[in-house]
Ligand binder design. Structure first.
Ligand code: GAR
Length: 204
């Protein structure tokens, strides 16, 4: 009998290196309890869409410009239509409303490029997070995978990994190291953990 897998919808906005890490993990068997079944982008030019197409994963573009107030309703429709049970925010640059997060309680995870509760919350995304870490002068930063609730970056932490900050770092070099050493490792690992728990019915 074919083993059951949790269908995953990945929400993206940009380059999609975290999506790539998930696709690679599925291919290599590191992500074995879940199947990436849909990739949704809120940006039609996101390179993440090309990565999804290369892996033969169905894609949708749902933009705020295109759907206005119906943006989240359309997102929910697409996710439910794909039968997804887990939503992964992989560089998704839009804050979701409480209505959305309540609809999928304990079923949305996000990767954030810092050690929460540092450098997180509204306004802290992408390169801005690393600029803030460097200007504060921390010697260690990292990445966090957490559940998503109505508070930006405020849901329960699932996994974290620390990364050293070097004296020569620029925001760009730090971003790359955090991605390579932390995000691309813990996002697939956390995803597998959550999918396993969904399959076994274990408490999340
Ligand atoms: C990643 O560093 C991700 O952690 C961050 O944006 C980048 C997306 O890169 N997300 C946030 O800042 C969300 N608050 P990617 O498109 O190559 O995965």
């Amino acid at each position: 009998m074919k083993e059951r897998k949790v269908k995953i919808a990945v929400l993206v906005s940009g380059g999609g290196t975290n999506l790539q890490a998930l696709l690679d993990a599925e291919k290599s068997g590191k992500l074995k309890s879940g199947k990436i079944s849909l990739v949704v982008s809120n940006n039609e030019n996101a390179y993440a869409l090309t990565r999804a197409k290369n892996a033969e994963v169905p894609t949708r573009v749902i933009t705020k410009a295109g759907f206005g107030d119906g943006f989240e309703t359309e997102l929910i429709k697409a996710i439910k239509g794909a039968g997804a049970e887990l939503i992964v925010l992989a560089g998704f640059m839009s804050i979701l409303s409480e209505r959305f997060t309540k609809e999928f309680e304990n079923r949305i995870i996000n990767v954030h490029p810092a050690l929460i509760p540092s450098f997180c919350g509204k306004g802290y995304y992408g390169l801005k997070v690393h600029e803030a870490a460097l200007s504060y002068g921390v010697k260690v930063t990292g990445a966090t995978v957490h559940f998503v609730n109505e508070i930006p970056d405020g849901g329960k932490i699932i996994m974290q990994k620390a990364v050293e900050v070097l004296p020569s770092d620029t925001p760009e070099s730090l971003q790359k190291r955090v991605m390579r050493e932390a995000e691309w490792q813990i996002l697939p690992a956390a995803c597998e953990l959550v999918c396993e728990k969904i399959l076994t019915g274990e408490k999340l």
